[in-house]
Design a protein around this ligand. Structure first.
Ligand SMILES: Cc1cc2nc3c(=O)[nH]c(=O)nc-3n(C[C@H](O)[C@H](O)[C@H](O)COP(=O)(O)O)c2cc1C
Length: 326
């Protein structure tokens, strides 16, 4: 895990977002480390043919982690082995932070923060299974709810279990995405363990990255939602770390070009099926890009219904020709 030696920028694992195309875009724009969206241990064990497409790693997409969730130590260990043999990720990340009912309802994700012995058993089982074949990391939240903040204890237990790095999203499960991420808690956890802590939550500008670099507490920052509509954040943050100067924002025309390229590459990859189903899947992504394109507001209803690449190109041409576009 050589990248942990220096302050690194991570693209967050995001279900339905951090597919291989988006990971490659973010890497091109300066992300040092990427991570797949999560897969479930049960899915790996029972439906590998269907699940394996989520963990494919294209050439050049490294270092990259595969994220796994589940609640059964033996199943997690077996699934981790299957993934490592199939795609040789640079690290295997245990999800102990996901708040969605589908995951916590099966005792995985953030619900492991309510059962630290079980989380520790899972970590030990996966670490033992993978031994020297693949480093194991974990991604957690600060706790289940504000009355049960347990990140400091969890970090210590996971370090003892042999986990090599931990990402902390500075919110509890019950906060979901409300309020502000608690970076003081992230720093406190970093001071308690020897393994690297990667901070996550609300990094939206290069200045946020610089702030965390300057604290010297974390081994890197992980960026999620801001990258969805603004993958330039990685490149601009790196330039700012290197020179102290804030580079200009991308132009509307650069944003439109990237939006078109992203959709085109996704259609060609066929990861979401044919063009029509890819366009349906990509609508939320298109709207996310459009948010930061001046003059896009009147076109949002049309973008929300766009059903072919040709139609998207037509809307992009209108945007480019608008007084605030281009
Ligand atoms: C659409 C979406 C999907 C997500 N999927 C995952 C996931 O699969 N695994 C995970 O650990 N976190 C997931 N997260 C949480 C992010 O990795 C990250 O922790 C969170 O968005 C906070 O970072 P941010 O403020 O930079 O967005 C997801 C977040 C979003 C918005």
């Amino acid at each position: 895990m050589h990248w942990l030696q220096s302050f690194s920028l991570y693209l967050a694992p995001m279900a339905g977002v951090s597919d291989s195309i988006f990971r490659q875009i973010c890497r091109e724009f300066g992300a040092d480390v990427t991570e797949t969206e999560f897969v479930s241990a049960e899915g790996v064990l029972q439906a590998w043919q269907r699940t394996k497409r989520y963990v494919q790693i294209p050439p050049g997409d490294r270092p990259v982690g595969v994220q796994l969730f589940g609640a059964n130590p033996a199943h997690m260990a077996r699934a981790a082995r299957i993934i490592v043999e199939a795609v040789r990720p640079n690290f295997l990340d245990i999800n102990a932070g996901c708040p969605v009912p589908k995951v916590v309802g099966r005792n995985g994700g953030a619900s492991l923060l309510k059962d630290i012995p079980l989380l520790t058993s899972i970590a030990k089982a996966v670490v033992t299974e993978l031994r020297n074949d693949c480093p194991v990391t974990a991604k957690i939240r600060t706790g289940w709810d504000t009355q049960h903040i347990c990140a400091p204890e969890v970090c210590c237990r996971l370090e003892d279990a042999g986990v090599r790095a931990i990402t902390i999203h500075g919110r509890s499960r019950s906060q979901q995405y409300s309020g502000a991420a608690d970076w003081d808690m992230i720093h406190r956890c970093a001071s308690l363990v020897r393994i690297p802590i990667i901070g996550n939550g609300d990094i939206t500008t290069p200045q946020d990255v610089l702030r965390e670099y300057n604290t010297g507490a974390v081994a890197g920052v992980m960026i999620g939602r801001a990258a969805m509509h603004n993958p330039w954040i990685f490149r601009r943050a790196k330039a700012m770390l290197a020179t102290g100067q804030l580079p200009p924002q991308p132009t509307a025309s650069e944003r439109i070009d990237l939006l078109l390229r992203h959709v085109r590459c996704t259609i060609i990859s066929a990861v979401y099926g044919d063009e029509a189903s890819t366009m349906r899947t990509m609508r939320a992504r298109i709207l996310a890009y459009a948010k930061s394109i001046p003059g896009s507001r009147p076109l949002r209803p049309a973008l929300a219904r766009v059903s072919s690449y040709a139609e998207l190109e037509g809307l992009a041409a209108i945007l480019l020709a608008s007084p605030s576009g281009g």
